[in-house]
Design a protein around this ligand. Structure first.
Ligand SMILES: Nc1ncnc2c1ncn2[C@@H]1O[C@H](COP(=O)(O)OP(=O)(O)OP(=O)(O)O)[C@@H](O)[C@H]1O
Ligand SMILES: [Mg+2]
Length: 106
């Protein structure tokens, strides 16, 4: 399972847009199942996902403190790619989630 964490020091740089587009494209190219994780309290990715009618990609909205447990659960459930969207600054959300970017760990 690959985990991508989209993070940037500056807000409004396209993280959420990239998460959504990468997830859809990865599913279309057969790299799924893909799960999006939204750890941004702003919830922009979740709002996009709630409007979306297609069944994939999946999305989970979590407290960032639960990220390790959540990743283990997703791995056990067969997820192949997890893409994590973070807030528009280097907050604790980013500091906690970024180290999980790895294909080796999972
Ligand atoms: N490649 C692009 N070309 C033009 N506009 C874009 C592109 N990517 C994103 N945008 C637009 O830029 C704005 C910010 O994008 P987005 O919400 O994805 O950024 P973000 O980094 O997630 O922001 P935040 O830090 O607030 O979470 C949105 O209006 C989005 O539609
Ligand atoms: Mg965003």
């Amino acid at each position: 399972m690959d985990v991508l964490v989209l993070a940037a020091q500056k807000g409004g740089t396209g993280k959420t847009t990239i998460c959504a587009n990468l997830a859809v494209e990865a599913e279309m190219r057969g790299h799924g199942p893909v799960t999006l994780i939204d750890v941004d309290p702003q919830g922009t990715l979740s709002k996009w996902w709630n409007r979306r009618q297609a069944d994939t990609p999946a999305l989970v909205e979590i407290d960032v403190a639960e990220i390790e447990v959540q990743l283990r659960t997703l791995k056990a459930g067969g997820a192949k790619l997890v893409i994590v969207d973070t807030p528009g600054a280097i907050t604790s959300h980013v500091r906690i989630s970024r180290p999980y970017t790895s294909s080796a760990t999972w």
